[in-house]
Design a protein around this ligand. Structure first.
Ligand SMILES: CC(C)(COP(=O)(O)OP(=O)(O)OC[C@H]1O[C@@H](n2cnc3c(N)ncnc32)[C@H](O)[C@@H]1OP(=O)(O)O)[C@@H](O)C(=O)NCCC(=O)NCCS
Length: 214
């Protein structure tokens, strides 16, 4: 079961303790956190966030967790992409009586350093994890949520083959500007992914895409 995936331009690999500096820069950047919450201090990333990411490798089924996304040729960090058991706010209705989320479902997520935005990396990583979910992990579906106003994130989900399921209003611990527009849930089922094969055409485009500048 791979926990290391090569895409056209990236290596998606396990996080290590050596990833702390760029991870703190990522989660501490106001632009990155615009649709997520307040920037997180580096001390908290060191004490809680990174240890929790590393613990996932012990506690989750193999092949799930956070993947550091680094440039394939240089190893330069770009950010992370993740495939984990769904736990985002709103994915299960309150007081749901059914098993929620159902078994065989994983949640897709991603967060990139601003210097890597706009080069197709998030799309490339998302497509790779959707493929990983349905081929290596044999999952039934992949879900994701984002703020309604997070158009870049929604576009990544579209391009990775996920479809809009619903818009919903969730209660968040703190107000984020634009929260009144709600959040959106996206999903793709394995059967739809196998049928569409949209990922095949997408891979070719990604391989000819740009590289990180500077
Ligand atoms: C969301 C994010 C991962 C996108 O990364 P990215 O590498 O720039 O995405 P891609 O280059 O693969 O392109 C995504 C698509 O969104 C489009 N896009 C980018 N910014 C946009 C914006 N502000 N409005 C509308 N579309 C936008 C791009 O043009 C591209 O579509 P196209 O290929 O049809 O032109 C990145 O902006 C990010 O890390 N944001 C902060 C963290 C975050 O919000 N994560 C999601 C939380 S749910």
């Amino acid at each position: 079961m791979p926990m290391s995936i090569e895409t056209g331009r990236m290596l998606l690999r396990r996080m290590t303790g050596a990833d702390l500096d760029w991870l703190a820069r990522l989660h501490g950047d106001r632009r990155v956190m615009r649709y997520i919450g307040e920037p997180i201090p580096g001390a908290e990333i060191a004490a809680r966030t990174l240890p929790a990411m590393l613990r996932d490798y012990e506690e989750l089924p193999t092949g799930l967790g956070y993947f550091a996304a680094v440039e394939l040729i240089t190893g330069r960090p770009l950010g992370w992409v993740a495939l984990r058991p769904p736990d985002s706010v709103g994915l299960c209705p309150p007081a749901s009586t059914e098993l929620c989320p159902p078994a065989g479902v994983a949640e897709l997520g991603y967060r990139l350093l601003p210097e890597a935005w706009g080069l197709g990396y998030a799309t490339e990583g998302a497509r790779a994890l959707v493929r990983h979910a349905f081929t290596d992990l044999d999952l039934a579906s992949v879900v994701a949520t984002t703020m309604t106003l997070n158009l870049a994130s929604r576009r990544v989900l579209d391009k990775a083959g996920l479809s809009l399921v619903r818009t919903f209003l969730a209660v968040w611990p703190s107000y984020i500007e634009g929260a009144e527009h709600g959040d959106v849930e996206y999903a793709i089922a394995r059967s739809a992914w196998l049928t569409s094969r949209a990922h095949v055409a997408g891979d070719r485009r990604c391989r000819s895409g740009g590289r990180l500048r500077g």
